[in-house]
Design a protein around this ligand. Structure first.
Ligand code: G6P
Length: 496
């Protein structure tokens, strides 16, 4: 028994995800700086403190003396800083760095992690579920793919082994996302006593697309997932697609329960955080940059905030904005497209190319239409959460036009934070559309002309209608707070 499994022995609730709640930067002097992360997954799981108290209430007498059950979050070391932190601590991170959360960070060999994460998870599984393959040359499942698949198995096995080491008897384990699809089956074999759930934060592909994977791989993925007691999805659409894949490939889902757990915006956190001084400062700077139109009033803003991610469809958003300026020249000088596109997955060439394309197109539009006093597109690429919140506050129009998206929290966050109310132009292919569609302006994400017309409609929406729709959007967006998303899954897993 290793030292660290003694330290962490017997957790009652375990969470497993590729990206953990904290990351480390390694300074030249060897010092490590911890940074706590954000994002839908992190905000959902940050409810774990509460959830463990909830678990305690559900199972009186199982908690530790301080009223909190024991919970551990297992994640992978993602960069050099993380690896160094994992080595120095034997994997059990310093709670001072994690907001008190017990985190075990796995130091998986970097080439194994790279093949599993970049090779399989982000280049194959992400592409399948978002239906992103667009050329006749992709995908190719060859010897290189098989080699990477071996790494994906090893990486999943490392997680299953760590969870088996950490979990107390009959503990509840909540495994996250496409990175870890094989973990439930592997963990079930190691620890038949555990209650195991898996949650998909992505869409799920329909069988005719999913089955482009080699038969044995498709089967292994579905068997891995159905090794869980409970599988969670963000919408009925993705859960139904998963069922359909199981029906075709496995003949059914076995005894696994499927559940839909929508994830909403964290209203309390957003409202408080977005009113702080650092956000005020950035708001003033943004207003300055957007400027005033020919009539002396503030220009209107069309805001988008995304990772620079192929599925987010940023390029077609820019093309739609250009079409708006061509078709409706009355908007020239009077509107600014505020586009925040933060770097993501830059180890992959196709993401680097997409990032470059976004930059090129923004420059092209500015060169084509810009004047001495007006920059039509304000593109920011440096990730800055306070500035994102500032943009949320001033948004007149929010543009969320993904090709396909598990949920999309930006669509839910902007209406909550916006000061004057905003019109939401929303892709029908975002999971959030199931909940927000009736109060949004719906677009087909491929239809650039249709998106341009929706932008015009959003910009010309009467104040009364805009306020009424924003109210409905905010209510729908906050109906399923992250803590509830987590607690509902945990309760269903415990009771099921
Ligand atoms: C999606 C996935 C998450 C992932 C996030 C950021 O939302 O479902 O699991 O954390 O993208 O992607 P990254 O590759 O940077 O972790």
């Amino acid at each position: 028994v290793s030292e660290r499994s003694v330290v962490h022995a017997g957790a009652e609730v375990l969470v497993a995800s590729n990206r953990g709640p904290v990351s480390y930067a390694l300074g030249e002097d060897g010092a490590l700086t911890a940074k706590r992360g954000g994002g839908g997954l992190v905000s959902g799981l940050s409810a774990i403190g509460q959830s463990t108290r909830g678990a305690k209430r559900l199972h009186e007498g199982r908690g530790s003396g301080d009223g909190r059950a024991d919970a551990v979050w297992v994640c992978a070391a993602l960069g050099e800083g993380d690896r160094e932190a994992a080595r120095r601590t034997g994997g059990a991170l310093d709670p001072a760095d994690t907001g008190g959360q017990r985190v075990r960070m796995l130091d998986i060999p970097s080439h194994v992690h790279a093949d599993a994460y970049n090779g399989i998870a982000n280049s194959v599984l992400w592409f399948v579920h978002h239906m992103l393959y667009q050329t006749p040359l992709e995908p190719v499942f060859d010897a290189e793919f098989r080699r990477q698949w071996g790494a994906y198995e090893a990486y999943n096995h490392a997680f299953a082994q760590a969870l088996a080491d950490e979990a107390g008897r009959d503990a509840a384990v909540l495994v996250q996302d496409y990175h870890l699809a094989l973990v439930p089956g592997m963990l079930r074999a190691l620890r038949p006593d555990l209650k195991i759930a898996h949650f998909s934060h992505t869409p799920w592909a329909p069988p005719e697309y999913f089955r482009m994977l080699p038969d044995g791989i498709a089967e292994q993925l579905l068997r891995g997932m159905t090794g869980a007691d409970q599988l969670g999805f963000l919408t009925h659409r993705w859960a139904d697609a998963f069922s359909a894949c199981c029906a075709e490939v496995l003949g059914g889902t076995g005894g696994t329960r499927l559940g839909v757990y929508g994830l909403g915006a964290d209203a309390g956190f957003l409202r408080e955080r977005s009113r702080r001084a650092d956000v005020d400062e950035r708001l003033a700077a943004l207003r300055e940059q957007i400027g005033t139109g020919p009539d002396g009033t503030a220009r209107r803003s069309i805001v988008r905030v995304d990772r620079t991610e192929l599925s987010k469809n940023i390029v077609r958003g820019l093309l739609a904005y250009r079409e708006l300026l061509v078709d409706r020249p009355e908007w020239r000088e009077r509107v600014v497209h505020v586009a925040f596109a933060y770097p993501s997955r830059q180890d992959l060439a196709v993401y680097r190319e997409y990032t470059a394309e976004v930059g090129r197109l923004a420059e092209e539009i500015n060169a084509e239409f810009g004047t001495a006093g007006w920059q039509p597109v304000v593109l920011h690429v440096k990730d800055d959460f306070a500035r994102s919140l500032a943009a949320y506050r001033l948004a007149d129009v929010a543009l969320v036009n993904p090709i396909r998206d598990g949920m999309n929290l930006v669509a839910k966050e902007i209406p909550v934070v916006s000061e004057e109310g905003c019109a939401l132009v929303l892709s029908r292919e975002a999971g959030a559309h199931e909940e927000l569609g009736s109060a949004a302006l719906t677009v087909n994400p491929y239809d650039v002309g249709g998106t341009a017309r929706a932008l015009h409609e959003a910009l010309t929406m009467k104040a009364g209608e805009r306020a009424e729709r924003t109210e409905r959007l905010a209510a729908a967006a906050t109906a399923l707070p992250p803590a509830r998303w987590f607690l509902d899954q945990l309760a269903a897993l415990r009771e099921g």
